[in-house]
Ligand binder design. Structure first.
Ligand code: SAH
Length: 279
């Protein structure tokens, strides 16, 4: 019998509300992995996170004047970076009301409030009419959600035909053991992990034409070492924001996560185009 606790939208929101200061201390306001082009671990975690966002916005290819939806927008950092560097308008959706408010404040502080809007909302039922966006991205958010296929169908609904979608998602290899799977599910407050192999059919069935499916496992894995270093360097700040017990707990937990992830974690970056309805 499984004793696993299933992630729900509410538990995901609570998780992010409690760990946000932690991520800001050890990395940046982005809540995603870092990216290392050569797979080496030079440079800080925060820099590698920015580099990853830059790569993803290049892949999405949005232009000035376009309207983009960011599903699972976190603290708004990737949305703000996207809006600022391309001139498009971004609507961010997060299940956490606290994040939505923080993201809005941060955008205003950076003078980007006119190009970005952040709402509390559920990706399973997006609060937007059909065909209201030119592009969409979901960065490290799909694994939290109750039904990946339903979210992809929602994205197809709100995108105009020909609109582009980018997905960045943690995946597990098909031979991940049940222990690896359930450990990582709990550690990342994930509802489910897909496999790389399952993705093409998932996006096709939701109404998309697959453009590119990249496996960037080797480029994101240096995140594990970079976070461990950041944890050592920022010990005093983490202790002050939380407690000695939290610090010790998180260091031990990170070591265990690393062990499981090195065995079976993959990471995909996928781009696809919304199929015209008549096809
Ligand atoms: N994309 C952001 C945040 C990643 S963290 C970044 O790269 O920085 C995962 C995000 O997914 C969080 O903002 C969380 O609130 C959001 N999320 C999880 N489940 C969701 C759901 N059902 N609906 C909307 N957002 C959700």
């Amino acid at each position: 019998m499984s004793t696993e606790i299933e992630a729900t939208p509410e538990s995901v929101a609570r998780h992010y509300d409690s760990v946000t200061p932690f991520y800001e201390i050890i990395g940046s306001r982005s809540l995603h992995f870092g990216y290392w082009p050569q797979g080496d671990a030079g440079g800080s975690f925060g820099e590698a996170q920015q580099r990853f966002t830059d790569l993803l916005l290049g892949q999405l290819g949005s232009q000035a004047g376009q309207r983009v939806i960011d599903v699972g927008c976190g603290l708004g950092e990737p949305a703000i970076q996207l809006a600022r560097s391309t001139g498009c308008k971004v609507e961010g959706i997060t299940i956490s009301p606290l994040q939505a408010a923080q993201a809005g404040r941060w955008a205003n502080q950076l003078g980007m409030g006119g190009q970005t809007t952040f709402h509390r909302g559920d990706a399973m039922a997006l609060p937007f009419p059909a065909e209201s966006f030119d592009a969409a991205w979901a960065i490290e958010s799909l694994f939290h959600m109750p039904d990946r296929a339903a979210v992809l169908r929602e994205l197809a609904r709100v995108l105009r035909p020909g609109g582009r979608m980018l997905i960045a998602d943690i995946v597990l290899s098909a031979d991940a053991t049940p222990e690896d799977r359930s450990f990582l599910q709990r550690a990342f407050v994930a509802r489910s992990f897909s496999t790389t192999e399952a993705y093409p059919a998932l996006v096709r069935d939701a109404g998309f034409e697959l453009e590119q499916l990249l496996d960037v496992r080797e480029n994101v894995l240096p995140t594990f070492g970079a976070v461990a270093s950041a944890l050592r360097e920022k010990e005093a700040e983490v202790r002050q924001a939380y407690s000695e017990d939290f610090l010790a707990g998180v260091q031990g937990q990170w070591a265990r996560i690393t062990e499981h992830a090195l065995r079976c974690m993959g990471y995909i970056v996928l781009t696809a185009k919304r199929r015209p309805l008549e096809e």
